[in-house]
Design a protein around this ligand. Structure first.
Ligand SMILES: [Zn+2]
Length: 458
């Protein structure tokens, strides 16, 4: 059971009239995350993730992981330190290296604190005794911290110097099968982003420093985005302005109704060919036993950036709103105030709810706000700012002799007055929605299910 009184949640209280030294540009979601004690700013563009936000990060990791495994991915962990010599071989040290963290060990050997792992994973395969065509395709992924010495860190977790990434690398026998892998992984990405229920656009992208031939980016559209996108309002086609340069009409439907929007890049996929396998000598033995270069792809998802950008898109200035599958908890239960007239009777109901709600949504998904020294109003305000999908208030009306009622608030801003069983029904409905999302069912909410049969809306 999660008790609000026990959770380490170092909220930031700024005294009125205080002069706050603004060292960094904050977005509204980042401001809320910091004020509510979910994320703390560390030194110089790094962040400390507190328990409640960590729950969201862990849920995102699980979701990404399950989608990667469905796409045939196998999880590995590569060292954060990559010898710079490998990057010399692929030519990537000759580009702009100002954003790389380099360290030396005591013998003077130089390493990169990896911003990405193409070299490391390809070198690993190059030193693996002959790989047979029978072992391919191979799809390896990891989830771990990445480092980039950003000149300008911005918007908290959205652009930090250390961030959490999922990176997958695929190895195939030919360009043709590599394209199949590319489409399998892209479908897994499409499914993942639908599960998160934040509108996203997928665009053809420039391959940039990664190289290769084909590339797609996944963006959340937000004013704080750093990429310019062109979106067609007739067919929905979107392209990175770098790619769809000066095009007066949509490449897909020819409509001239193109709008410029800002996008936050949350994922990126590349078909790499032999750009890394060739210089690093990563080969497999083909059907006639001859060594041949592996054909590669790489696929990134910024885990912490997905969360930060999703919150930015969904939240208001005063309240966080989470994707259903990433909310730290499903339900928050607020008990009666200490010393109130209704306390004894309300606590009987509170205890029954703790048991029943926990059984329906899972005890780990229930947050019990047991800080009874605080008024219900104060706790409800905080619950709303934290954006719990459902908040159940066990207040004065719960202790009424005739038709006791609970107040239920949803993160969509609806408030219901419900009896005990109607409340459980609403919790069950939420859990069902989550389960079908996890299974990858994306049926649109029907009008019927929208106008709930339970209770009446206040
Ligand atoms: Zn179009």
């Amino acid at each position: 059971m999660n008790k609000a009184s026990r959770i380490f949640c170092p909220s930031l209280i700024t005294p009125k009239n205080a002069v706050v030294k603004q060292t960094e540009q904050l977005s509204r979601s980042q401001k809320l995350l910091t004020e509510l004690g979910l994320v703390k700013s560390g030194s110089n563009g790094t962040y400390q993730i507190m328990p409640m936000a960590q729950r969201s990060v862990d849920k995102c990791i699980d979701l990404v992981q399950s989608n990667m495994q469905q796409a045939g991915g196998q999880k590995i962990t590569l060292p954060i330190l990559t010898p710079t010599g490998l990057w010399k071989k692929t030519g990537r040290l000759e580009g702009d290296i100002s954003e790389f963290y380099m360290v030396r060990d005591r013998s003077g050997k130089q390493f990169l604190m990896s911003p990405t792992h193409e070299e490391a994973v390809t070198a690993m395969l190059a030193t693996t005794s002959p790989i047979s065509y029978r072992q391919l395709p191979l799809r390896l992924f990891q989830i771990g911290p990445k480092f980039r010495d950003e000149l300008k860190t911005r918007f908290g977790l959205m652009r930090a110097k250390e961030f959490l990434m999922k990176d997958m690398y695929s190895f195939d026998v030919s360009e043709e099968t590599a394209k199949e892998t590319y489409s399998v992984v892209n479908s897994a990405y499409d499914r993942l982003f639908k599960q998160l229920e934040v509108p996203f656009v997928k665009v053809n992208a420039a391959t940039g420093m990664m190289g290769g031939s084909v590339s797609h980016e996944y963006h959340y559209v937000s004013p704080v985005g750093e990429d310019n996108l062109l979106q067609c309002s007739s067919c929905g086609f979107a392209g990175n302005s770098e790619v769809v340069k000066a095009s007066a009409s949509c490449p897909s439907c020819n409509s001239s109704d193109l709008n410029e929007v800002r996008g936050v890049e949350v994922a990126h996929t590349f078909l790499l060919g032999d750009k890394y396998s060739k210089p690093l000598g990563a080969t497999f033995l083909n059907t006639s036993g001859k060594p041949q270069s592996l054909v590669m792809g790489c696929y990134g998802i910024g885990i912490t950036r997905v969360i930060a950008a999703a919150l930015e898109v969904l939240s208001s200035d005063h309240e966080l709103h989470w994707p259903k599958l990433l909310a730290p908890y499903d339900v928050c239960l607020i008990g009666p105030k200490q010393g109130s007239k209704e306390q004894p009777q309300a606590e009987v109901i509170e205890n029954e709810l703790l048991l029943n709600v926990g059984e329906i949504c899972g005890h780990q998904e229930l947050l019990h706000d047991d800080r009874k020294e605080l008024t219900i109003g104060k706790r409800l305000l905080e619950a709303k700012r934290l954006g719990h999908p459902l908040t159940i208030v066990v207040g004065a009306k719960s202790a009424r002799q005739d038709s006791p009622k609970l107040e239920v608030h949803t993160s969509k801003g609806e408030t219901y007055e419900l009896d005990f069983s109607e409340t459980l029904k609403l919790v069950a409905e939420h859990s069902q929605n989550k389960k079908s999302l996890e299974r990858g069912c994306f049926q649109r909410e029907t009008e019927e299910s929208k106008s709930r049969s339970v209770g009446h809306q206040l």
